[in-house]
Design a protein around this ligand. Structure first.
Ligand code: MN3
Length: 199
């Protein structure tokens, strides 16, 4: 029943030149793998072993920091790999595009606000585009490996798009230029997958 590291759904070099192969390899095989291993270790032999990750996240305020950090790390990275694709980029279409226009005025304005959430997150964390129960969209950011599914999140919601702004996500290629990483990252966003999550 232990958690396992999902395979990356494409090759390490598939997102180049926007995200380099070495970064993807270390990010998936080392960082994500460590979250999975440390999560399993933190849960082993406790009453929480065998619970779903979503159930753990919804009650994370009562759980040890190791479960919060590594459970969030596992959930966030699993989603992050899926919402990127070598065939990504461009713009969303259909209902998702309409909802973005409704809630932000335009796709460019949503991108601007989402990018700003990532750029201004101090230290390490994530930017999020979330839907509420009515399908309304909002942008937020979380520190460390927290996410909007956690009971402790300032702004809760169902994530449909996420961006890792930890330095380990971009430092090899972009060094301290987080805004450049974010600009380039839009070229690999898998809007089909984001639209699926929006539905
Ligand atoms: Mn990461």
């Amino acid at each position: 029943m232990a958690f396992t590291l999902p395979d990356l759904p494409y090759a390490f070099n598939a997102l180049e030149p926007h995200v380099d192969a070495r970064t993807m390899e270390i990010h998936h095989d080392k960082h994500h793998a460590a979250y999975v291993n440390n999560l399993n270790t933190a849960l082993q032999g406790t009453e929480h072993e065998g619970k779903s990750l979503e159930e753990l996240l919804a009650n994370i305020g009562k759980l040890p920091p190791a479960v919060r950090n590594n459970g969030g790390g596992h959930w966030n990275h699993t989603m992050f790999w899926e919402i990127m694709s070598p065939d990504g980029g461009g713009e969303p279409t259909g209902d998702l595009a309409s909802q973005i226009n409704k809630d932000f005025g335009s796709f460019d304005e949503m991108k601007k606000q989402f990018g700003q959430a990532g750029v201004t997150r101090f230290g390490s964390g994530w930017a999020w585009l979330c839907a509420d129960d009515k399908g309304n969209l909002s942008i937020s950011s979380t520190p460390n490996q927290d996410n909007p599914l956690m009971d402790v999140a300032d702004k809760k919601g169902r994530p449909i798009l996420c961006l890792d702004v930890w330095e380990h996500a971009y430092y090899l290629n972009y060094q301290n230029r987080r805004p450049d990483y974010i600009s380039a990252w839009w070229n690999v966003v898998n809007w089909k997958e984001v639209a699926k999550r929006f539905k």
